[in-house]
Write a protein that binds this ligand. Structure first.
Ligand SMILES: NC(=O)c1ccc[n+]([C@@H]2O[C@H](COP(=O)([O-])OP(=O)(O)OC[C@H]3O[C@@H](n4cnc5c(N)ncnc54)[C@H](OP(=O)(O)O)[C@@H]3O)[C@@H](O)[C@H]2O)c1
Length: 333
């Protein structure tokens, strides 16, 4: 039985959910992959834990100060890094240093935060290629909703013509509330915040940046584009008024914040984020609440639509561990 050592950098809601799920699935990894999976290190911004024989969940509340950073992960002996820290696409940090260090030393890496992949995607892809490390990013690219996996596996061999994605749960929830209550953006946001359905600062979501990040990752990592954030036209939902909602409703249309890609014959890919209104009969119009969805149109398989979500942070943890099993398949088989 092969021993597989895992480290997790970023140990908040998602990092802890991933650690707990990984430990809970150890028997599954043994029986399916003949792999003895050990969680050898975890860390937050200032503290962490490490044990070459494997950590257990009852140790997670006693992180030791000073055990953090890319060097700490590097010396833990981990074969695989799961990165689950905060996301900042303008700087790439703090995940960039962890991911860079792991890929440089040939360590397979599963990325959950989007920032470093948006900021330095090309460099990280090149690093992985040079070192032979596997780089996976389901958690960063809409998590429970399959996006890159659809293109890479289910639609292999087809040419993607266009993509439309409802990729952000918060904005879908807000637009849904605006339509059902006939109110504009400000009123819907206040009510969602009062009910605990939206965070105090939702600008990253409502201005369209979160959708833009996921779209850019799908374009660059799934379709081989080389887009930078400046190449995208990004509009959020702030400008959606109650009057506009009424007008759409009168026409039988449902507004959604959509990230879209158009792929031309010469290989150019253009990307934009903005509100699109769909007829009630369109499956994307039916995507309600905190659900997400993607429609991919290809030359030979027509339209493929996936709709889904899951309870967070479990759903994102499960998406990262889907990546983990793909790596096990590649490495242990
Ligand atoms: N929450 C979701 O449902 C969801 C869904 C999909 C993707 N994501 C992505 O998953 C990531 C984590 O989200 P979360 O909800 O778990 O956030 P969180 O609860 O705020 O946790 C962030 C963690 O990162 C740690 N951290 C900060 N700076 C660090 C550094 N320099 N080195 C190591 N660790 C550092 C924090 O450490 P301290 O505790 O010491 O501050 C904390 O443990 C984010 O990038 C988010 O966008 C989240």
């Amino acid at each position: 039985m092969r021993v597989i050592r895992v480290a997790i950098a970023g140990f908040g809601g998602v990092g802890r959910a991933t650690a707990n799920l990984l430990l809970a699935r150890r028997e599954h990894y043994r029986s399916v992959y003949d792999a003895d999976v050990r969680l050898v290190a975890v860390c937050g911004s200032r503290a962490g834990l490490s044990d070459a024989n494997g950590l257990e969940a009852d140790q997670f509340d006693a992180l030791e100060p000073g055990l953090s950073g890319p060097d700490f992960i590097g010396t833990s002996g981990a074969d695989i890094l799961i990165e689950a820290g905060p996301s900042d696409f303008r700087t790439g940090g703090p995940g960039l240093a962890y991911i860079h260090s792991a890929l440089s030393s040939g360590r397979d890496t599963i990325v959950i935060s989007k920032g470093a992949l948006v900021h330095s995607g090309r460099e990280l892809r090149d690093l992985a290629k040079a070192s032979g490390a596997i780089l996976k990013l389901s958690g960063a690219s809409a998590a429970a909703l399959p996006t890159i996996d659809l293109v890479e596996h289910s639609l292999t061999g087809c040419r993607v013509l266009s993509v439309e994605g409802i990729l952000n749960a918060t904005t879908n929830f807000l637009l849904d509330a605006m339509v059902s209550k006939g109110v504009g953006f400000d009123a819907a946001l206040k009510e969602a915040q009062k009910g605990g359905f939206a965070e105090a600062d939702t600008r990253n979501d409502t201005e369209g940046w979160d959708t833009a990040c996921k779209l850019l990752l799908l374009a660059n990592f799934g379709l081989g584009a080389e887009l930078a954030m400046d190449d995208l036209v990004v509009e959020g939902i702030h400008g959606v008024t109650a009057d506009r909602i009424d007008a759409w409703r009168a026409e039988g249309l449902v507004p959604k914040l959509v990230g879209s890609l158009e792929c031309t014959d010469d290989g150019t890919i253009s990307a934009r984020v903005g509100v699109r209104a769909y007829p009630n009969s369109d499956p994307l119009a039916q995507v309600s609440g905190k659900n997400k969805a993607i429609r991919i149109t290809t030359d030979a398989m027509g339209e493929t639509i996936a709709i889904g979500c899951g309870e967070e942070p479990l759903a994102t943890a499960a998406a990262a561990l889907k990546d983990f099993e793909h790596i096990l398949k590649a490495r242990v088989a």
